[in-house]
Write a protein that binds this ligand. Structure first.
Ligand SMILES: Cc1ncc(COP(=O)(O)O)c(C=O)c1O
Length: 398
């Protein structure tokens, strides 16, 4: 007799970051510092509900009279509100199809699936390094993935030449995955010039850009953080954008996401939109609605939108201040400029250039929790941690 079905499953390795979170929670040392999981934290160490979100949610609760199904693609008002935030008022609306998804992760996955439906031989080209879920998702879907050069560890900046050389060789109909802002895990972002060059390359090669936008507002502010996407929108015939509402609205657990497709012509939009709706139908039918409605309320009410923008600014400025202070403290501790890149990078993450052994020592000897690839979340730090953390990093890494 063959083994029972479920006995044939392979043991599954726990998610590394979630495992680190559990280890941190069980660590009794009072001086422990968590720079692991990628969520925003206040100086008090909490991940707050934004005031604009609380207000929007209260209004929704008072107003909502039904929880009936909406539509496979989600609420059109949500599509419009988030598309306006990302692509602007002057976007070519007749060429844009949209799909509400469970979080940015859902949008990323459906983006890959849409590309494969259109081109069964598609390869997804990802920056090296990238968010580990990108290759994990393509591997699970059996979609071929390759990397392009992106990060120069010796400077903490972009390997611009390597990136442009690799992207110039991407075949037509393949996907070029880009991080909209606040590159995870490096914090090294593209300049307007880089975006323009990538747009020119994609127009020439016929490769299709797909932008993963998970940190809108955390880089240089909501307008500046979408500038690159708009450069692409104006230059290429087609592109995909996967938007996450988790960080920018603090709605992590509500699973707010949107997949946008810029179509080569208005005539194609309905076909593309129908294919997108079908992806939802096959996966879980209807997308989550509650968080999407909160985002719609926040973005379409001018007063709430202003409160949200101010709160987002506060988060961004806090991370930036931590970056500046840690860079200065590390300069003082090491007497070198090795960590200066921390000050110019964007968003919550940077790579500190630690080996896996050093990461283990940081945790075991100093209660400093860093992801295995040496990624730190700057939002995990408070001003009061900085002297201690700088001292430990200088002692262990230099
Ligand atoms: C680069 C990147 N893309 C997408 C996501 C998706 O986030 P969510 O599915 O929570 O919206 C994340 C979250 O960590 C991310 O870092």
């Amino acid at each position: 007799m063959t083994a029972p079905l479920l006995e044939r499953l392979e043991p599954q390795e726990a998610d590394k970051i979630l495992r680190l979170m559990a280890q941190f929670a069980n660590d009794p040392r009072p001086n422990k510092v968590d720079l692991g999981v990628g969520v925003y934290r206040t100086p008090e160490g909490t991940t707050p509900v934004m005031q604009a979100v609380t207000e929007a949610e209260a209004r929704l609760l008072a107003r909502q009279t039904t929880k009936g199904y909406v539509a496979l693609e989600g609420d059109p008002a949500f599509h419009a509100a988030l598309a306006e935030l990302v692509l602007g008022q002057h976007r070519p609306q007749d060429r844009i199809a949209a799909l509400a998804t469970p979080g940015g992760t859902g949008a990323v996955r459906h983006g890959f699936e849409l590309a494969r439906r259109a081109n069964p031989d598609v390869t997804v080209w990802m920056p090296d390094p990238t968010w580990p879920n990108h290759p994990a998702i393509t591997a699970a879907m059996a979609v071929p993935a390759r990397t392009y050069r992106y990060y120069d560890a010796s400077t903490g900046g972009l390997d611009r030449e390597g990136m442009l050389a690799d992207l110039s060789a991407v075949p037509p109909g393949d996907i070029v995955l880009l991080h909209g802002c606040c590159h995870n895990p490096t914090g090294a972002d593209l300049s307007a010039q880089d975006w323009a060059e990538i747009a020119a390359l994609c127009s020439k090669t016929g490769a299709v850009p797909m932008i993963d936008l998970a940190y809108l507002g955390f880089g240089e502010g909501p307008q500046a953080d979408v500038a690159g996407i708009r450069i692409l929108m104006d230059a290429v015939p087609e592109m995909l954008v996967a938007v996450s509402g988790s960080k920018s609205f603090g709605l992590y657990r509500e699973r707010v996401g949107l997949l946008l497709a810029l179509c080569p012509s208005a005539g194609l939009r309905d076909v593309v939109a129908a294919n997108m709706s079908w992806l939802n139908r096959l996966a879980y039918a209807f997308p989550p609605d509650h968080g999407a409605r909160i985002v719609t309320e926040v973005l379409t009410d001018p007063a709430l939108r202003q409160i949200w923008a101010d709160e987002l600014d506060t988060m961004r400025l806090r991370i930036d201040a931590i970056r500046q202070e840690l860079a200065v403290a590390l300069h003082q501790q090491t007497g070198t400029h090795r960590f200066d890149f921390l000050a110019s990078q964007k968003g919550m993450f940077s790579l500190i250039g630690a080996t896996p052994e050093q990461v283990t020592r940081l945790r075991d000897a100093h209660a400093l929790y860093v992801v295995g690839d040496g990624r730190i979340n700057l939002a995990g730090l408070t001003q009061s941690h900085i002297p201690q953390v700088a001292k430990v990093l200088a002692a262990e890494l230099v």
